[in-house]
Design a protein around this ligand. Structure first.
Ligand code: FES
Ligand code: FES
Length: 159
């Protein structure tokens, strides 16, 4: 079946089964490799993308569900410069080790900061509670998101 949707601002069309998970459509049919497959059952958040601006686990979304809708991945946010503060903050806070979980965390953090530019640490924890990291112990990731929020407020000279 032909399915069209907007991917990172561009209209795309793929010939796939409507049941095929969006995660696999992105990686296998559209070469979007920032979207990682961890658990494949909605538990780890490594496959997180924005669906109409809302973070979703793309392994749990069927291709047929995104017809005519808007998908944003790390590639789209990166090319628009929308996550440069987050990328810098993750680097500065040492929040990336193997990096496998990082795209999913950045998508969740971006959605949080867009909605709530000055989140508490608890609000950050809740926003990334669907993302699992096996390396960092989470503290540095929370630090990084808090730091990115400070950049947004122009307070980075206090760090
Ligand atoms: S691969 Fe989608 S939530 Fe784990
Ligand atoms: S940095 Fe390795 S899983 Fe998070």
């Amino acid at each position: 079946m032909n399915i069209s949707f907007i991917l990172n601002g561009n209209k795309v069309k793929v010939e796939v089964s409507p049941e095929k998970p969006l995660l696999r459509v992105l990686r296998e049919d559209l070469d979007v490799m920032s979207v990682k497959e961890g658990c494949g059952r909605g538990e780890c958040g490594t496959c997180t993308v924005l669906l109409d601006e809302v973070p979703v686990t793309s392994c749990m979304v069927a291709a047929g569900q995104v017809r005519g809708r808007e998908i944003t991945t790390l590639e789209g946010l990166e090319s628009s410069g929308a996550i440069s503060d987050l990328q810098q903050a993750f680097k500065e806070a040492g929040a990336v080790q193997c990096g496998f979980c990082t795209p999913g965390f950045i998508i969740s953090a971006y959605a949080l900061l867009k909605e709530n530019p000055d989140p508490s640490r608890d609000e950050i924890r809740v926003a990334v509670s669907g993302n699992i990291c096996r390396c960092t112990g989470y503290t540095k990731i929370i630090d990084a998101i808090e730091l990115a929020a400070k950049y947004n407020k122009g307070l980075n000279n206090e760090i």
